[in-house]
Design a protein around this ligand. Structure first.
Ligand code: FAD
Ligand code: FES
Length: 287
């Protein structure tokens, strides 16, 4: 199978000291000393973090979106992540204390594409999926774009919207499924499942949300850049665990690696119905 993309050229593997850790609602906010990663990371990139010590049975790295980077400072440069304790690997990370070290590979993956001219952008985050959108908002605002953000989650403690992040957007809408914060319902209900006065949508969150936003964007003729969260094993392009069917500009469906060609894809190119399968006619697939 031919692949045009290769691993992020700025990637490094390093032992990163945990500088701080604090609880934010249902999540844990970790700051890591990671000068090389902080220098090169772009909004949308992610990290792959090793779990446990040399004797650990958890062999696979776990992936986390980069929330913020500070390229300089007392620690030479820091990277921040927002972790939801989910299974054993993510829970282990949330149990690390300051001064402990993590084995980190990053920055990985592609980045959100930034239009050259100012745009009216809508950024949509589901749960911790809002984390990488705040750095994106900053970048867009530096280009004089108007940035609206909408965040949805099941409950209020799963809405990640830090005070400093709110300053980087022109407006912030919140929806929770139980109504404990903002409007009651799904994040897509906030704009009545339609888009007006928006040039581009950036989205990060569960696959169902990304798919719904892609459909809304298609009806409005608006491009939706989706940061997908496909299960990953190696995180560096070798194992093909993270592939999903994506149509290229010639209409050919290819199984692309979300850790290398992604995690950010044009939502209209992703074959959402066929995720988890190899659709008939896929390039390179055997009959
Ligand atoms: C690009 C990307 C960015 C992510 N960003 C964040 C983030 O910012 N914050 C956060 O809390 N989580 C994030 N995740 C999800 C996080 O990687 C998983 O929750 C974590 O790997 C689960 O590991 P576990 O051992 O806790 O759970 P288990 O369910 O026991 O994991 C078992 C195996 O399945 C894989 N796996 C399970 N769930 C996921 C998942 N949702 N995505 C990818 N692989 C999975 C793990 O890599 C592991 O190898 C991201 C995932 C990807 C792919
Ligand atoms: S996770 Fe191994 S190729 Fe993407």
């Amino acid at each position: 199978m031919a692949h045009s993309a290769s691993i992020n050229p700025d990637v490094t593997q390093s032992e990163c000291e945990v500088i701080s850790k604090r609880k934010v609602g249902a999540y844990h906010h970790l700051t890591l000393a990671a000068p090389a990663i902080a220098e090169h990371a772009k909004p949308g990139n992610f990290l792959a973090i090793s779990i446990g010590d040399m004797k650990s049975s958890m062999l696979l790295r776990r992936s986390f979106a980069i929330y913020q980077t500070v390229p300089r400072g007392p620690f030479g440069g820091t990277v921040e992540i927002i972790v939801a304790p989910h299974g054993p690997g993510s829970t282990w990370i949330t149990q690390r204390a300051p001064h402990e070290k993590l084995d980190v590979v990053g920055p990985l993956g592609n980045a959100f594409k930034i239009p050259k001219d100012p745009v009216r952008a809508l950024l949509v985050g589901g749960g911790y999926g809002s984390a990488p959108l705040f750095a994106l908002a900053e970048t867009l605002r530096q280009k004089n774009s108007r940035v609206e953000m909408a965040i949805g989650a099941a409950t209020a403690d799963r809405i990640f919207a830090p005070v400093e992040g709110k300053r980087s957007v022109h407006s912030l809408m919140i929806a929770t499924e139980d109504g404990s914060s903002g409007a009651k319902g799904r994040v897509t209900d906030l704009f009545d499942n339609s888009l007006s006065a928006i040039d581009i949508v950036y989205a990060c969150g569960p696959m169902g949300m990304l798919r719904a936003l892609t459909e809304i964007g298609a009806r409005a003729g608006v491009l939706v850049q989706c940061a997908v969260e496909e299960s990953m094993a190696c995180g560096v392009g070798l194992c093909m665990t993270c592939v999903l069917p994506v149509q290229d500009k010639d209409g050919v469906i290819k199984m692309l690696r979300s850790c290398i060609e992604g995690p950010i894809f044009d939502g209209s190119a992703v074959q959402w119905d066929a995720i988890g399968t190899i659709p008939p006619g896929t390039y390179g697939a055997h009959r």
